[in-house]
Design a protein around this ligand. Structure first.
Ligand SMILES: Nc1ncnc2c1ncn2[C@@H]1O[C@H](COP(=O)(O)OP(=O)(O)OP(=O)(O)O)[C@@H](O)[C@H]1O
Length: 582
């Protein structure tokens, strides 16, 4: 785990090495000061030796100054190293997630990937900063203060031999109790993130179904969940203060008692007793800091393992070495294709699919909800890989293509397509970053989007809100089709992508495809018979199987399901008057 995370340190390595060295130096100065102070009192002040006071005073001043400078520099370097580390880690995570297949995303869920990129990475940043400073400072101060205490007075230092194990046991018992609670806090943050994400993304649905109260309740439950566990954890951690107070006071009392005895017996000097007080504070405070950093590191461990799980996950679909770089044409073949999302041959979502499409042909796909239409088309651009059988494009197995080449040549307008914040033109250029303005306008004309874009306040430079909330559903679908056309693909897949477009415009878009883009193979999934009735061939899917195949006229005779859908859409003389009733 550490080896994988350490890869993200990179250019911050030098800061990560220098910071602990400076922290160590600062710790040494902190430990040296009480010893020299004691000396200054005993040999300088008590004996009225001004030269000694001046010399030692100067040394003390120098130590204090260098301690402050190294401490401040160390803080700055550790902060910089930790921020740089988390920036790299976030970048590495993001890059890795970009290579994920749909299956990988399904496995992690997008909400949990967001938490890992944000909350978990923040935890690691704080833990890393703590590691560079406190995890070095606390043990260094503790060990050296302990040694110095022995140097000053071995007899009195024996007090620490008794006190330190008691305090250590107490502190770690508290942490042991609080640790699982802190882990729970982070899990509950996941729940809160999920609720907020869902609500914010679906705010329009929430409002239209007047579900604000339910959503508020869900949010309150999640927020209260965090509050409750956090309160429990803090209640446990609050025991730290009385324990520390008790141990510090008890140690001071013991020191006073033994110290007074030793001073009376001339075995200890006043300055040495004062040094012992300082060392007591340093040792006990360091122990407290150690327990805190131990807690922070153990919390970060949970975040680290969640992040490493993502970094270790291999993309389930990768580009082959020396993949084919060109696609001859848009011929599509499905040869005895079976598919299961769970890789389980007993739970197939697609069964024995056989299809042959010549380049430029149009295939219509219709079937009930959940019959496997989207699944079928997702196999062509390798959004998922077949469980058995073979899918070919241009006569070559899709798995033999370079993945970018394949996806550039198979343009998919998905069912839940999204637009991103930016101008209309920016969004369209996702299809082809080098597209000229003329090419953009042309694609929009084919998709019947040009007309409404021209009417937008700034035309093609109009800003779109995230997910295209300032355009209508049908306009968004047409923009997505234009974006897909700009890729100049061999195959264009429209997965129910004109459902919000009126039938007239839908027909005009298909007409444009036929007239202007005859070389592109078109695969159209639709719930509307009118959207596919003029296709060269149509397949009817039912429970993952092709139950009928042919032209519109043939299917009306041969497929009862097709006929029923046709009837339910109230066709009269080829005119469409309704929607699919699947
Ligand atoms: N990511 C997924 N993981 C697991 N099962 C899935 C996944 N996506 C779809 N399924 C399942 O696969 C089957 C086919 O789903 P698919 O989305 O292909 O149907 P569809 O015909 O396109 O439906 P619709 O018309 O509603 O879009 C369904 O039973 C569905 O629950």
């Amino acid at each position: 785990m550490i080896r994988i995370l350490a890869k993200s340190i990179r250019e911050n390595k030098k800061y990560s090495i220098i910071a602990p060295i400076l922290v160590f130096y600062q710790a040494m100065t902190n430990v040296a000061v009480p010893f020299l102070m004691g000396d200054l009192i005993d040999k300088g002040i008590m004996k009225g030796n001004l030269t000694y006071i001046c010399h030692l005073g100067l040394v003390l001043l120098l130590l204090a100054l260098t301690g402050i400078i190294t401490g401040t520099t160390a803080s700055w370097l550790a902060g910089r190293a930790a921020a740089g580390f988390s920036k790299n880690l976030r970048h590495d995570l993001f890059e890795h997630i970009q290579q994920f297949s749909f299956e990988n995303i399904d496995n992690f869920s997008s909400a949990s990937l967001v938490t890992r990129l944000t909350t978990d990475t923040n935890n690691l940043q704080q833990a890393y900063q703590g590691m560079l400073r406190i995890a070095v400072r606390a043990p260094s101060v503790m060990i050296f203060a302990f040694v110095m205490a022995f140097v000053v007075s071995a007899k009195m230092a024996l007090i620490f031999v008794v006190v330190i194990p008691i305090l250590t046991l107490g502190l770690f018992a508290i942490i042991k109790k609080a640790r699982p609670l802190f882990h729970q806090v982070f899990q509950r943050y996941d729940v809160l993130n999920q609720v907020v994400r869902e609500d914010v993304r679906g705010i329009r649905v929430v409002k239209s179904y007047v579900r604000q109260e339910t959503e508020k309740q869900k949010f309150n439950d999640a927020a209260d969940g965090i509050y409750d566990v956090f309160l429990k954890a803090q209640r446990t951690m609050a025991l730290n203060a009385p324990l520390m107070q008790f141990v510090v006071n008890a140690t001071m009392l013991l020191l006073c008692w033994f110290g007074a005895k030793l001073i009376v017996g001339n075995q200890l000097q006043d300055g040495q007793l004062i040094s012992m007080f300082s060392y007591t504070m340093q040792i006990l405070m360091s122990l407290n800091m150690l327990s805190m950093i131990f807690n922070q590191l153990s919390m970060a461990e949970a975040s680290a393992s969640r992040i490493v799980r993502v970094l270790k996950a291999q993309p389930s679909i990768e580009s082959p070495a020396n993949g084919v770089q060109t696609v001859k044409d848009g011929t599509v073949d499905f040869d005895h294709v079976n598919f299961s999302y769970d890789h389980d041959p007993q739970k197939l979502q697609l069964q024995d699919i056989n299809l042959h499409l010549k380049a430029g042909e149009t295939l219509g796909i219709i079937g009930k909800t959940g019959s496997g239409k989207s699944t079928l088309v997702s196999l062509l651009p390798r959004l998922y890989d077949v469980t058995s059988g073979e899918v070919q494009l241009g006569g070559i197995n899709v798995q033999d293509y370079d993945l970018k080449t394949l996806r550039d040549n198979v343009s998919v307008v998905l069912q839940n397509n999204v637009l991103f914040s930016g101008t209309v033109k920016d969004n369209l250029r996702w299809g082809n970053p080098h597209a000229t303005d003329e090419q953009i306008v042309q694609a929009c004309k084919w998709a019947h989007a040009d007309e409404f874009i021209q009417k937008l306040p700034d035309g093609y430079d109009t800003m779109l809100e995230q997910n295209g909330t300032n355009v209508s559903g049908g306009q968004m679908q047409r923009l997505c089709i234009a974006r897909a056309l700009l890729k100049n693909p061999q195959v264009l897949i429209l997965d129910d992508s004109t459902s919000a477009v009126d039938t007239n415009t839908d027909a005009q878009i298909r007409q444009a495809f036929r007239d202007e883009l005859p070389h592109i193979t078109k695969i159209i999934i639709s719930q509307r018979i009118s959207s596919i009735s003029d296709a060269d061939q149509i397949i009817v899917l039912d429970h993952g199987k092709i139950t009928a195949q042919g032209t519109h006229a043939e299917l009306l005779k041969s497929s009862k399901l097709y006929h029923d859908i046709y009837e339910s859409q109230n066709y009269q003389g080829g005119e469409h008057h309704g929607e699919a009733n699947s």
